[in-house]
Design a protein around this ligand. Structure first.
Ligand code: BES
Ligand code: MN
Ligand code: ZN
Length: 504
């Protein structure tokens, strides 16, 4: 991964291949943002007008490259747009604006080894936002390139972030945190981007174990035999159509006895063909990303451990491949979920809720203070909120708000959604305790209500549907690449911090 180092040196003298400054959109055109003054002096006060001449406007995430012709040590100055300047005397740029701008310029400078950042970074918050954005934008996935490898531009290798608070202890801590968070997000992206042929449940479990051990976590993996013995009927039912058997991974981080306990549960369908309720070809295009929830919880718990947060976390990842075959479950089969409740499978493509149900019941036995599941659960999530905004559902208004607040602070787009009781009877089954499908309207909420039925009595539970945000099918933007995005990792880490701090 790339690195960010802090410096309080003058930006004009940095020995880098490109030097980044911020520009904003003023009433009369491009205006330099704080941090650029010293560079502008070296340009004899002409930097803003040069950026304008080259077509720059200062709009958000715009990147304009200006050759320096020796005015500064770096051969090129790069202006990144921050939009309108914040109003008022002490007004600061919001963290997400800085994070996205840093990410956009980081991506635009792929192929450049060393980059200086002279952005408005006078507070610890702004330093960590810029560092995080730069690192998140410095991502690529090259594992499967052979003949085309040489023509790919590598992400920026090293950033030097210029700030007057380079020696501040809080700022140094924030930098460590940015590296930990970015490497966790990169891990989640790598897992999502891995082709499904090479990530069957057993291999996915091995990857989780490797990542977890490196972060000092305890691990436990249930294979198909152990799942059978334990009565995990949901995971087994979904996995039985594949020649590659399912797994349940449990990763444990303990900061100490008596600390609050957070349980994280991530959907890990390594490929979702729909099963016998087969998806049409176009709907299968992203379905290697159907393990994005599991990737997020695995990555988040490694980051939580590395940061040494004062909370106990158990991360669960049920892993299965949903395939059609002679051994696959049939629509109208009845499964026995862990703990005994029965589910009539009316549609084998509603498989995520089946594997999650087992684990929600199992995780409930430990009576965590908060249980959060993360899943690419429904196409209806994309219909409701689009491809970039995840949905937050919960059995408690306060915890739903707490998660929304953590998402806002992390810069992840999420929005609260209801769980209307009147939709629950649509899942009443003719023969079993519940069916895995219900009303065709509000499909995201129906799925959430299904999960709610398995939450242990009196426990607080939140469900994040990240079907859209887990995968970026359009062009890269801000710090978000095409393909796997690592959605929810940052929110989960902040939430763990909140649980540790007792702020909800
Ligand atoms: N993995 C899909 C949901 C999904 C769809 C994720 C599009 C990302 C993008 C899930 O398993 C699924 O197939 N859900 C069905 C449920 C339906 C059969 C009740 C859906 O949303 O169509
Ligand atoms: Mn499905
Ligand atoms: Zn699925």
């Amino acid at each position: 991964m790339s690195t960010v180092n802090l410096s309080n040196a003058k930006p004009s003298g940095l020995k880098v291949d490109a030097l980044v400054v911020g520009v904003t959109k003023g009433p009369k055109g491009v205006v330099l943002a704080a941090g650029a003054d010293e560079v502008d002096k070296a340009f004899k006060g002409r930097l803003a007008s040069t950026v304008a001449t080259l077509g720059g406007t200062g709009k958000k995430n715009e990147v304009v490259k200006v050759p320096s012709f020796g005015a500064v040590t770096a051969p090129m100055v790069v202006a990144v747009g921050l939009g309108s300047a914040p109003e008022g005397k002490d007004a600061a740029y919001d963290a997400e604006t800085l994070r996205r701008a840093a990410g956009a310029v980081s991506r635009a400078l792929a192929g450049t080894a060393k980059v200086g950042l002279a952005l408005p970074t006078d507070t610890p918050q702004s330093v960590s936002a810029v560092a995080e954005g730069a690192l998140l934008g410095a991502y690529d996935y090259q594992a499967y390139r052979v003949a085309s490898k040489a023509e790919q531009k590598s992400p920026v290798d090293a950033f030097t972030l210029v700030t007057s608070s380079a020696r501040d202890r809080n700022v140094k801590k924030a930098m460590e945190r940015a590296h930990v968070i970015a490497s966790a997000v990169h891990l989640a992206r790598d897992l999502v981007n891995t082709p499904p042929s090479d990530l069957p449940p057993a291999v996915f479990a091995d990857e989780a174990v490797t990542a977890a051990k490196a972060a000092g976590l305890s691990v436990e993996v249930l294979d198909e035999k152990a799942l059978k013995k334990g009565g995990y009927g949901g995971i087994l039912g979904v996995g039985q159509g594949s020649s590659r058997p399912p797994r349940l991974v449990k990763l444990t981080y303990r900061s100490g006895r008596g600390k609050r306990h957070l349980a994280l549960i991530g959907k890990g369908i390594t490929f979702d063909s729909g099963g016998l309720s087969l998806k049409p070809p176009t709907a299968m295009e992203w379905m290697k990303a159907d393990m994005g929830g599991a990737a997020a919880v695995i990555a988040a718990v490694t980051a939580i451990a590395r940061l040494g947060l004062d909370v106990n976390v158990t991360a669960w990842a049920p892993m299965a491949e949903n395939m059609p075959s002679g051994t696959a479950q049939r629509p109208s089969d009845v499964l026995r979920i862990y703990g005994g409740k029965t589910v009539e499978v009316l549609n084998t493509d509603a498989e995520g809720r089946l594997v999650l149900a087992d684990v929600i019941v199992r995780a409930s036995e430990d009576k965590p203070d908060l249980m959060v599941d993360v899943a690419t659960l429904t196409g209806a999530q994309l219909v409701a909120l689009g491809s970039r905004t995840a949905a937050i559902m919960a059995n408690d208004d306060d915890v739903r708000s707490a998660v929304h607040d953590a998402a806002n602070r992390s810069g992840e787009q999420m929005w609260p959604m209801p769980l209307p009781d009147e939709l629950r009877p649509s899942m009443d089954s003719q023969i079993a305790d519940i069916a895995n499908m219900g009303d065709k309207y509000g499909g995201m909420l129906v799925a959430g209500l299904f999960l709610r039925d398995f939450v242990g009595e009196g426990l607080k539970w939140v469900h994040l549907d990240i079907a859209g945000p887990a995968w970026n099918d359009s062009a890269a933007h801000g710090y978000t690449p095409k393909g796997g995005t690592g959605a929810a990792v940052r929110t989960l880490v902040l939430l763990a911090q909140d649980v540790a701090d007792g702020t909800f």
